[in-house]
Design a protein around this ligand. Structure first.
Ligand code: NAP
Length: 303
C-alpha cells in the first residue's frame, strides 16, 4: 500500500509518498481501507517538529480518515493504533475499536474524513468545557474552518443564538449557510456572548475578556503564541477561561462524544463541509493550504 512518511522535521516537502507493506491487524485491532483523510493544522505542527508530541522518525502523519472495513462496512475514524494524531495518511490503517465509528450512508467518504477532529473538538468546546445552554449566545470566533463550521452546526442544533466570524466573504457565506444568526469579520463582534469558542487565542483573548458576558465561559481551542490579558475581567464578570487538547482524550471520553454525534450525522443536522480535496500524493500542498487564511471548510486527501 501507499502511505505518506516523514523522515525529518521540516517544511511540507518532507511529506513523502512511499510504498509500505499492508498492515496486518493484531487481535482486537480493526483494519480500515481508507478512501479519504482529513488534514488538520496539528499535522503541520507535528511535521515541523514544533508540537508537544514528537513521534520517532520516520512516522506517518494524520488524525482521521474514512473508508471501509474488511467486511465492507463504511466507517470514519479518529486516531489509529499509533495514537490520536498519528498514522492516518495511508491507504490502509489499523485502529482500536473505539477509534472506529459507522459512517451514515448520506455522507461521502470525504465528509467522513472531516468528522473525527472537527466535531470532537467542537462538541467538547461547546458542551463539556463551555457548558453552552439552549438560548445562550455563543460566539464561534473563527467559524469558517473545520472546527468552526462544526461548532456552528452543533450550537444551532442546540438552540443557541450563534455568532460566527470569518475573514473572507466566502467564509462568512458558508457560516451563514450553516445557520449562524449573526456573521461578521473576526474583529467586528459587538454582541455579549455567554460562551466564546476561540480559534486564535494569542490574537483574541484580551478582547474576548472585554466582550464576554457575566458568568461567561471562554474556551481556548486554537492558539499560536502568547498574549497579555487583564485578569480583572475574570473577577468583575465572574468569567472562566478553559482550554483542552483532544489529543489527551481517553477512549471512554471519545466514545461518549461520538455516541452523542451519531444522531445528528445520521439525520443530516450535522453536515461536514469539505472545502478542498487533494490526492494523497499531494499532501505537501494540502499542508500549505491548511495554514493559509480564508478557510472555507475542511481540507481532505483523496485515495
Ligand atoms: P482551519 O480549518 O484551518 O480554520 C482556522 C480558522 O481560524 C478559520 O475559521 C480562520 O478564519 C480562523 N481564524 C484565522 N484568523 C483568526 C482570527 N484573527 N480570529 C479568529 N479566528 C481566526 O483549522 P481548524 O481545524 O478549524 O482548527 C482551528 C484551530 O483550532 C487551529 O489552531 C487548530 O490547531 C486548533 N485545534 C485545536 C484542537 C484542540 O484539541 N484544542 C483541536 C482541533 C483544532 P479565516 O480563515 O476566515 O480567517
Amino acid at each position: 500500500m501507499k502511505a505518506i512518511r516523514v523522515h525529518q522535521w521540516g517544511r511540507p516537502e518532507v511529506l513523502q509518498l512511499e510504498t509500505a507493506s499492508d498492515p496486518q491487524p493484531a487481535a482486537g485491532q480493526i483494519r480500515v481501507h481508507v478512501k479519504a483523510v482529513g488534514v488538520n493544522p496539528v499535522d503541520t505542527y507535528i511535521r515541523a517538529g514544533e508540537y508537544a508530541i514528537k513521534p520517532p522518525l520516520p512516522y506517518t502523519p494524520g488524525c482521521e480518515a474514512a473508508g471501509v472495513l474488511d467486511s465492507g462496512e463504511r466507517v470514519y475514524t479518529f486516531g489509529t493504533v499509533a495514537g490520536l494524531v498519528l498514522g492516518s495518511y495511508a491507504e490502509q490503517i489499523l485502529c482500536e475499536p473505539w477509534q472506529v465509528h459507522p459512517l451514515p450512508a448520506r455522507l461521502t467518504f470525504a465528509q467522513g474524513a472531516a468528522i473525527g477532529v472537527a466535531y470532537t473538538t467542537a462538541y467538547r468546546a461547546l458542551f463539556e468545557r463551555g457548558r453552552a445552554q439552549p438560548g445562550e449566545t455563543v460566539l464561534i470566533h473563527g467559524a469558517s474552518g473545520g472546527v468552526g463550521l462544526a461548532a456552528v452546526q452543533l450550537a444551532v442544533a442546540h438552540d443557541c443564538r450563534v455568532i460566527g466570524t470569518a475573514s473572507t466573504e466566502r467564509g462568512r457565506q458558508l457560516v451563514r449557510e450553516q445557520g449562524a444568526h449573526i456573521v461578521c469579520e473576526h474583529h467586528a463582534v459587538t454582541e455579549t456572548p455567554d460562551v466564546i469558542v476561540e480559534m486564535l487565542a494569542n490574537v483574541n483573548l484580551a478582547g474576548d475578556l472585554e466582550l464576554i458576558g457575566r458568568r461567561g465561559r471562554i474556551v481556548v481551542v486554537g492558539n499560536r503564541g502568547t498574549i497579555e490579558i487583564n485578569p480583572r475581567f475574570l473577577m468583575t464578570k465572574d468569567a472562566t477561561i478553559a482550554g483542552f487538547a483532544i489529543v489527551t482524550l481517553a477512549a471512554e471520553e471519545s466514545e461518549v462524544i461520538h455516541r452523542a454525534l451519531a444522531p445528528g450525522l445520521a439525520d443530516g443536522t450535522l453536515r461536514p463541509v469539505v472545502g478542498q480535496e487533494f490526492p494523497l500524493a499531494e499532501a505537501a500542498r494540502a499542508h500549505e493550504a491548511v495554514m493559509q487564511s480564508g478557510a472555507a471548510g475542511k481540507i481532505v486527501l483523496r485515495i
